[in-house]
Design a binder for this molecule. Structure first.
Ligand SMILES: NC(=O)c1ccc[n+]([C@@H]2O[C@H](COP(=O)([O-])OP(=O)(O)OC[C@H]3O[C@@H](n4cnc5c(N)ncnc54)[C@H](O)[C@@H]3O)[C@@H](O)[C@H]2O)c1
Length: 341
């Protein structure tokens, strides 16, 4: 099988995750890396032996020896790059969220359709083993029909204060809520109809990050399912995991629950703190990338190479982002909002 020639835009924290998996994938070849901070691109180019470096994504778009592009820039900087890549007929893996306003969502969607390019958005919780097993059980009808659900998906403060330089320009709803909401849509096999959300603000602002602390959201699905979704960026840094991740679902003939954070698969204690590393998310077994963060990216290459449909469609990503916009609007107006696709 011919290798997919991939370029990466964004040589930051998550750009390196992409580089690591493409490098070991038998059907992928990283041909170029682009970052407006040249030094960052150079570091990854050296480490992953990437032949071409660009500082302007337009030059990568013009690169005819590149079939597909991974867009790994901050949440709110995906659209211009995606539209340009679509115009140059590059297939794409776009980091979540698809985009953070309606105009950008529509621009990417229309550009992909008009230019007939294939797009997947990295809503990777579908590759999370306990969630995937739960989804299979629900689809097989073992538990009956989904009735109600609860999802709690929080990060420690450090992610907003230290890991991301741009958290103040985004929201926990984009950063983690995209995964939570996609998971709910996927589990219910349904679209969000109406949302009501309440938010809190202040803790992060005092720490110099001008963004909301948390959102508590009630969600109604079109076929009648209901869910509660909690997303926050203010869990204490001493928490044993970066993520605080719980899920439960009540169905008409049974229920299930997942504790994806306190699994205690590995506990490590130092003089300072105890951690239970998120090895379901990303780890290495000898020199191989393992964990759901890598699996979604690996699956993108597999399916690009052999032509199968992506497991996260462009419509999935679009509808998830549009429902998140409704949640943001609801929390701002303090009233329920109908989602208009
Ligand atoms: N799938 C996941 O769970 C997951 C985890 C972490 C991050 N992400 C996503 O990945 C994306 C990037 O996050 P990150 O943590 O790597 O951010 P980062 O700040 O570490 O890296 C972003 C890089 O993009 C570069 N950049 C910005 N604008 C650019 C442009 N126009 N052209 C070229 N380069 C440009 C910046 O210079 C920076 O090096 C975000 O959308 C984030 O939500 C996803």
């Amino acid at each position: 099988m011919e290798k997919v020639k991939i370029g990466i835009v964004g040589a930051g924290v998550w750009g390196e995750t992409h580089a690591a998996i493409y490098q070991e994938h038998p059907f992928a070849e990283i041909v170029a890396i682009c970052d407006k901070q040249e030094e960052r691109a150079k570091i990854l180019a050296d480490k992953y032996k990437i032949p071409r470096i660009y500082t302007d994504y337009h030059d990568l778009a013009e690169d005819t020896n590149c079939d597909a592009v991974a867009i790994v820039t901050p949440d709110f900087l995906h659209a211009d790059i995606a539209v340009e890549m679509a115009a140059h007929h590059k297939n794409m893996l776009i980091e979540k969220p698809l985009a953070t306003n309606r105009e950008d969502i529509d621009r990417i969607y229309n550009a992909a359709k008009e230019n007939k390019v294939r797009v997947m958005v990295d809503l990777h919780n579908r590759w999370n083993p306990p969630f995937n097993t739960a989804w299979q059980e629900i689809r097989q009808g073992t538990l009956g029909e989904p009735y109600s659900a609860y999802i709690r998906h929080n990060d420690i403060k450090w992610v907003a204060t230290d890991m991301l330089s741009w958290a103040g320009q985004s929201s926990i709803l984009w950063f983690l809520g995209s995964h939570s909401l996609d998971t709910l849509r996927w589990m219910f096999h349904d679209e969000v109809k109406r949302v009501y959300s309440v938010k809190k603000r202040g803790i992060l602002e005092k720490l110099g990050v001008p963004t909301d602390d948390l959102f508590l959201t009630t969600i109604e699905f079109s076929k009648g399912g209901v869910a509660q979704m909690e997303n926050g960026w203010v869990t204490p840094n001493g928490n044993m995991n970066i993520n605080d991740f719980k899920f439960s679902m009540l169905c008409t003939k049974g229920m299930l629950s997942i504790d994806a954070s306190n699994h205690n698969m590995l506990q490590m204690v130092t003089e300072e703190k105890t951690t239970t590393p998120d090895i379901l998310v990303a780890n290495r077994v000898f020199d191989k990338c393992k964990g759901l963060s890598y699996e979604s990216i690996r699956d993108f290459v597999d399916r690009l190479a052999d032509g199968r449909e992506f497991r996260v469609s462009l419509d999935d990503a679009r509808n998830t982002a549009i429902a998140i916009l409704a949640i943001l609007e609801s929390a701002e107006k303090r009233q329920a909002v109908d989602v208009v696709f």
